[in-house]
Each structure stands twice: as C-alpha cells, then as structure tokens.
Design a protein around this ligand. Sequence first.
Ligand SMILES: NC(=O)c1ccc[n+]([C@@H]2O[C@H](COP(=O)([O-])OP(=O)(O)OC[C@H]3O[C@@H](n4cnc5c(N)ncnc54)[C@H](OP(=O)(O)O)[C@@H]3O)[C@@H](O)[C@H]2O)c1
Length: 298
Amino acid sequence: MTIHTAIPNIGLGTYMMSPDEAEKMTYEAIKVGYRHIDTAEVYRNEKGVAEGIKKAISNNIVKRSDLFITTKVFPGSERWGQSQKTYQDVVEAFNKSLERLELSYVDLYLIHSAHADQTRVEQWKALIDLKQEEYIKFAGVANWNINHLQELKENNLLLPDTNQIELHPWTQQPELVSYLKENKIHIIAYSSLVPLSTWRSKEGENSLKTSKMDAEGSSDDSLFKSLANKYNVKESQVLLQWALQNNYAVLPKTIKISRLKENFNFSFLIDDDDMSLIKNENKGGGITWEWGDPLLVD
Ligand SMILES: NC(=O)c1ccc[n+]([C@@H]2O[C@H](COP(=O)([O-])OP(=O)(O)OC[C@H]3O[C@@H](n4cnc5c(N)ncnc54)[C@H](OP(=O)(O)O)[C@@H]3O)[C@@H](O)[C@H]2O)c1
C-alpha cells in the first residue's frame, strides 16, 4: 500500500497540547471519526496521545489497525544547544517514542526538520532501516527543502514517502510543491489555519505572525470571510478544503470539541475561480516557526 491511499486526509494536530489535553482530544477526535493523530517527541505529549488511543480501543471505538499514528524525531542542532543525532541516536529516540506511545509500530515516522546538516543523511538511513524492519509503515521528513531532498538522491537513497510542511494560502511554496508532486512525495500540510484571527491567539503561543497579518486576517474584507459566506461554511473549513483540493493531507489542531467536529465534518467544493483568487494570497515564507522558517536552513 502507498501512503497516498493509507493516510487519512484529515488528522488531529497536537502541537502545543499538554499531555492531558492530548489524551482528551485524541480520544474525542477518534469518537468524532478522526483516524490520524500527529505528535512528536518534542511536543512532550506522546504519553497523553497513548492514553487517548488506549481508551478508544478499550471502549471498542476502534482497533489499532484502524488508526494512523505519526510521530517525529527531533534532529538535534547546535542552534538549540544540542548535538546532531546520529543513526544510533535516531533509533534510540524512536524506541523511546514507541515506548511512550505504548505501540508496537507507528504508521509514519518523520525527521522533524533538516537542521542536522552533518548527520541528515545518516538520520534518513535510520528511518529507511526502521521501515525495512517494519517498525514503521511509512518514513518521511518535515520541513525539508529541495536541496535537502536532492542530497538523498545524490546518495542514491530512497526518497521519503512524505514531506510535512507549512502550507496555507499565505505560504504556498509553489516550487517545492511541484518538486514533491514530480517526485511522488506525498504532501502533508501543517498550520492550515494561520490566517484565522483565532490561530495561536493565547499568551505564549509564539510564531512569526505579525500584527499586520493579524489585522488582515481579522478584517471584514478578508477573502476567507467572504468565501465562508459564499459557501455558507466556516472560514476554517475554507482553509482546510483549499488544502484538500490541492491533495494535501491536513492536521488541524484544537483543544475544543466543537471545533474538532467543525474541522472534520464538511463537504463542499471551492470553485476554480475562487481557487485562483486564493492563489493570489501567497505571501512567501513560513510563519509558524518562531525561530525562523525551517525551509531556509542549509
Ligand atoms: N512539522 C512541523 O514542524 C509542524 C509545525 C507546526 C505544526 N505541525 C503539526 O500541524 C498541526 C497543526 O498546526 P498548528 O498547530 O500550527 O495550527 P492549526 O491547526 O493551523 O491551528 C490551530 C489554531 O487554530 C485554532 N483553531 C483550531 N480550529 C479552529 C476553528 N475551527 N476555528 C477557529 N480557530 C480554530 C486553535 O485554537 P484552539 O486550540 O483554542 O481551538 C489553534 O490556536 C500541529 O498541531 C502539529 O501536529 C507540524
């Protein structure tokens, strides 16, 4: 099976959730119908996700095989006072994630970013071997640019099944998207909801979103508000549907049950003219990572 058919196109994002929130929202999301949960070692909530999964399985809502669980290894970087993970470090980090998740395999394992310029290739070799040994069903990367992926080609290595990147109407990455499509690397879009005025609006939820962008997102003239009115849906649903129509999987994160449903239950099509209008909204680089766009690392 390829990742294109295996991956549920709407998953629950869990960044900035505490372990308790992750437990509750994983369980509630599975109840709503989500089958894909996205976590990472650096989110420090894998144990919460594990509890939510266990509860859903013990209440006979799903079987393990119905779920698609993604986690990520942080590559390590001097930038954060860390050493770059070696092949062996990646295998150890994977085993720890598996233990915290209380799983015997994960569906998708990702290298969280390309910051480990010295050990990126050996990190990728570790993922290829984990896949070969069937500890992971699919192996991928996140935040890798064309040069990072070309480096794998130059080393005659298999390419990732997926690249998880920031993608929404303000950050469309046309060149990278074309490259990924040409190379049959599935695209998972993260931070789909950046243009909303409610996106990461709480104290401490940092990013590179400027007050000008905030004002633009909140304005009554915003394109997404007018499209939401036109299609009689929520603005969040316009943003998610835009991604789905581009064949990206999405990972909306919320700690509110009503939003969980809103982000999952919708059915409409954005027409071609409106897709063209949205194309004009691209502003350029990444907004999500407060330390700078990870696609720009060497
Ligand atoms: N690989 C990477 O480097 C990377 C980076 C960023 C994200 N991700 C993954 O992608 C996931 C999603 O990205 P994200 O967390 O940046 O943001 P997101 O899903 O684009 O947006 C979440 C924000 O929007 C609010 N929100 C959610 N649903 C809403 C709705 N229906 N209406 C109004 N507001 C809504 C949430 O607030 P409430 O929670 O209060 O509802 C939260 O502040 C992450 O959780 C993570 O799993 C990966």
